[in-house]
Design a protein around this ligand. Structure first.
Ligand code: AHM
Ligand code: MG
Length: 332
């Protein structure tokens, strides 16, 4: 038997100590089960012929990959029988999915396969999840049930499918990382109480959008690039995985800042990433690991959501760097 604590043991001990509702334990266990299934499907994707796009688009009009659909189905199946989930909202669904016959206490919001443009090129992707309390039973479940701010999350996290499959989990006190043991099929605790270093020198942004960035972001990146001869007085490194989960896992591990800011490329969009499926759950994890998450103008977790598929500007990571970018936004 492994000496490491398994996800199930970790959740069960927390429930027995009265820190966790047993129904929530079931929900998170099932998220783990779906993640394990997706991890296996990704490993075999080329062999099973499930790489590439399908003929459909998601609610935001983006072309779906076969694995986007497969991952979405895996979560719906894993979460539908528990009795603990009243409804599910997903980046891949047009509207909320009321779990048939369920009067569970929880709502789950999902980006089933984040960074899916990276699948075909064998680069890390992930699943992101956010759990809210259901305000009513499944009957008559509408978008409005899901429109709760990020501060209302009772649990959030993500699974990154990289060289190792790791689930990062937060219930509002501490952030833990569990690595999937491919031999036993169990998630085992490998990173207890993850803390983001406050002061770091690594930034992540898609620099091909530079000509559309607004002045505060232009200023911040120009100063990073000026390195030790510029106002920041030190050299910075840059990384961009193209999967938010990959970039965020890196900054949880060794610090840094991740930005997908509002830009002028498409003035109708306040950013690329989705508030409910990406920014809120990742913002929750980052804050509880000692970091910060902002749009540049406001704390992400405080935003009153208006639509489940709403987009938002995202600036998150090491606190000192996020505070610097926020200060540049305030300065105009
Ligand atoms: P997706 O949910 O459709 O995969 O889009 C979100 C992804 C993020 O994971 C990533 O940070 C970003 O889009 C990359 O965007 P770009 O291709 O513009 O660099
Ligand atoms: Mg995504």
């Amino acid at each position: 038997m492994s000496e490491r604590i398994s996800l199930l043991q970790h959740l069960t001990l927390a429930a027995r100590a009265g820190h966790l509702d047993p129904a929530l334990v079931t929900v998170v266990q099932q998220i783990g089960a779906a993640s394990r299934e997706i991890s296996a499907a990704l490993t075999r994707a080329a062999l099973a012929g499930v790489l590439g796009a399908v003929e459909t688009s998601n609610a935001s009009g983006e072309t779906q990959k076969k694995l986007d659909v497969l991952a979405n189905d895996a979560f719906l199946q894993a979460l539908s029988w528990t009795g603990a989930v009243a409804g599910i909202a997903s980046e891949e669904l047009d509207g909320p999915y009321p779990v048939p016959g369920a009067t569970g206490d929880y709502l789950v919001l999902l980006d089933p396969l984040d960074g899916s443009s990276n699948i075909d090129v064998n680069i890390s992707v992930g699943s992101i999840f956010s759990i809210l309390r259901a305000r009513s039973g499944a009957a008559g479940l509408t978008d409005a049930d899901f429109l709760q701010p990020g501060t209302a999350q009772v649990c959030a996290g993500f699974t990154v499918y990289g060289p190792a499959t790791v689930m990062v989990l937060c219930f509002g006190h501490g952030v833990q990382g569990f690595t999937l043991d491919p031999v036993s099929g169990e998630f085992l605790l490998t990173q207890a109480d993850i803390r983001i270093p406050e002061r770091t020198s690594e930034y992540a942004i898609n620099a091909s959008n530079q000509r559309w960035w607004q002045p505060p972001v232009q200023r911040y990146i120009a100063e990073c690039m000026a390195g030790k001869d510029g106002p920041r007085g030190r050299d910075f490194n840059m990384r961009w995985v193209g999967s938010m989960v990959g970039d965020v896992y890196r900054l949880l591990t060794r610090g840094g800042i991740f930005m997908y800011p509002r830009d002028t490329k498409d003035a109708s969009k306040p950013g690329k990433l989705r508030l409910m499926y990406e920014a809120n759950p990742i913002g929750y994890v980052v804050e509880h690991a000692g970091g910060a998450a902002s749009t540049g103008y406001e704390r992400i977790l405080d935003i009153p959501p208006e639509k489940v598929h709403q987009r938002v500007a995202v600036i998150l990571g090491s606190k000192e760097e996020v505070d610097t970018v926020v200060a540049y936004h305030r300065a105009g």
